[in-house]
Design a protein around this ligand. Sequence first.
Ligand code: NBP
Length: 479
Amino acid sequence: MSGTAQIGVTGLAVMGRNLARNFARNGYTVAVHNRTTAKTDALVEEFGDEGAFVAARTPEEFVAALERPRRLVIMVKAGEPTDAVIQEFAPLLDEGDVIIDGGNAHFEDTRRREKELRGRGIHFVGAGISGGEEGALNGPSIMPGGSAESYASLGPMLEKIAAKAKDGTPCTTHIGPDGAGHFVKMVHNGIEYADMQLIGEAYQLLRDVAGYSPAQIADIFRTWNTGRLDSYLIEITAEVLSHVDAATGKPFVDVVLDRAEQKGTGRWTVQIALDLGVPVSGIAEAVFARSVSGHADLRDASRHLAGPTARKLREDEAPAFADQVEQALYASKIVAYTQGFHEITAGSEQYDWDIDLGKVAAIWRGGCIIRAAFLDRITSAYEAQPDMPSLLSDKSFAEEIAAAQDDWRTVIATAVAQGVPTPAFAATLAYYDSLRAERLPAALTQGQRDYFGAHTYHRTDREGTFHTLWGDDKSEVEN
Ligand code: NBP
């Protein structure tokens, strides 16, 4: 017998509960289920008037409540809980049913689960969902992977509940087969790390070098948010910086411990980039910066390590420096996104996903944490040249960086002189300069490798593989 619910959500913590409400508010009948039934009851009691919910107390009741083919969203803790829930529900499903994992799964887990369930005739959609609690309720950015067939059945529903970009386009699209959606969500989070770190470095420079207070910096960020840096993260940064702690009357940022947490996805972005051979130095520095912040033992060195004695800026020099920091932030941001998109390109090639980068940029324009006006530009750039090797190949971005680069360099040089750590600013500039360089010291590296390990090298002037007999007369042999 078939039920009446068009979709079901199991796992009703903050994300699942809000996602279920979002489906219901959009007119869908939603079956809801949670391991601990109290959460199911609470949802229906508190929000039952928002739409049509069918509360299920057991997996059997839940499955029976769904119309066929069944669409069942899992919103539980990533990792083993997701496997446990799949194993619990899969035997109750039929061929053609669709399981959607909306958690933050590792894309390799998604590939494994998709393959296993495909063998049982069940579609498995690994859907990255960004936007946090608020996005889940009012419209997240959704990055679904899986079969085209499953997207045909699920896509219209996702498009309805997803955020809408300013031009009205839903912030979801079929990303590609199996793990493609979770891979793109992973890189989204890696870029988010870089974005946040760059904003943090800009804040620290405005505070320590320009001498502005958190409230003044909040105003600077508000101004930036009316220009090309217009984004959710800049907007909330201004809010956080202007917040005053009620208990002490001090700026909130001054009473919060400066140790940042990290979940898996930022770290995964870097680990996978290493596996794929993609330089994501800006993202990596952002992950490392959080890691450094958490090492209270190492940071004890602040008591005895000497700093520079460079002159601080005068008050009348601060506004011009703030303008330069805006240029640096924008240039570094372009590079961080360039690196993230490169990783998606590499993943797409490695796993044969055929990901449309323009569409990825388009669905990040609303709902997600990195939503920004700037993503419109990336969308247009990839639409115009889908096979661009790098975002920096786009003429308009290259021109903007060219215009920003003197200030970018000045800001980083000032940070170095003043002893303010700016790892992500510096790494992104170094990446830019590496791409620009006519010759890199990699030729010397090749010589060293050939010297100590006979690793051979290629020449600039002839085809072939060569080795120098370093110990003897240093004659060259062709291998
Ligand atoms: P949590 O990640 O805190 O997970 C709690 C849910 O998992 C509860 O419903 C819990 O059931 C259920 N669960 C666990 Br734990 N083990 C289970 C098991 N063995 N069998 C059945 N259910 C089990 O919830 P969340 O913060 O809402 O996040 C859900 C997913 O969405 C996660 O994968 C998360 O990474 C992802 N995500 C979260 C955010 C965010 O901003 N929070 C954003 C984007 C994505 P119980 O009530 O019975 O304990």
